[in-house]
Design a protein around this ligand. Structure first.
Ligand SMILES: C[S@@+](CC[C@H](N)C(=O)[O-])C[C@H]1O[C@@H](n2cnc3c(N)ncnc32)[C@H](O)[C@@H]1O
Length: 170
């Protein structure tokens, strides 16, 4: 399945919306395991941006705008964790809106590599939410944000407890 997706994602090829949707759906198809999800994103890497480009996929823009509404002032001083950051679409949007203290987290080293090239994150964590304790102290972040992270075999709802632990109360 991943190989079919990779073949369809030749760089600069104009995907139809249906092809893009199929590529995206392959990462959360019924029965996929957590390991297969990470393997999928390690293979797809920055080709992810061929199908989930900002013209088609508005989630990151909407997530960043929502964050901006929560933090109308002093955005530059707020420490934010982008969870399931992927190639860094959300971080890019947050940065444009004035959030400058950004960390990212994702289990796929290939996605993190692409995210690093965006030059908007100060720190990265290659880990999986919801399975192990994150290597992050309690009450570290002003906020954690995730876009496209709560899909089948991605972050389980239980993972919210761990995210609540690392975000400051209030
Ligand atoms: C659909 S992409 C979303 C990427 C990015 N947030 C965006 O909106 O473009 C899903 C991402 O979730 C990551 N992911 C999957 N399971 C995860 C988990 N348990 N904890 C954290 N990230 C996870 C994948 O590696 C992948 O990069």
């Amino acid at each position: 399945m991943t190989d079919d997706v990779l073949r369809s994602l030749a760089p600069s090829r104009n995907l139809t919306d249906d092809e893009a949707y199929m590529a995206n759906a392959a990462a959360s198809r019924p029965g996929i395991t957590r390991e297969e999800v990470t393997d999928y994103f390690n293979k797809v890497g920055e080709l992810y941006e061929e199908y989930a480009n900002p013209q088609r996929y508005r989630g990151p823009v909407i997530a960043a705008q929502t964050m901006a509404e929560f933090f109308p002032e002093n955005r530059h001083s707020k420490l934010i964790l982008d969870v399931a950051a992927g190639t860094g679409f959300v971080g890019e949007e947050l940065y444009k809106l004035g959030f400058k203290k950004l960390h990212c987290l994702d289990p796929s080293h290939k996605m993190l590599e692409a995210a690093r090239r965006k030059n908007v994150y100060m720190k990265e964590f290659c880990c999986c939410v919801g399975h192990d304790r994150l290597p992050i102290e309690d009450d570290t972040y002003d906020c954690a944000v995730s876009c496209g992270g709560f899909c089948n075999a991605h972050i389980p709802t239980d993972g919210l407890h761990e995210l609540a632990r690392i975000v400051k109360p209030g």
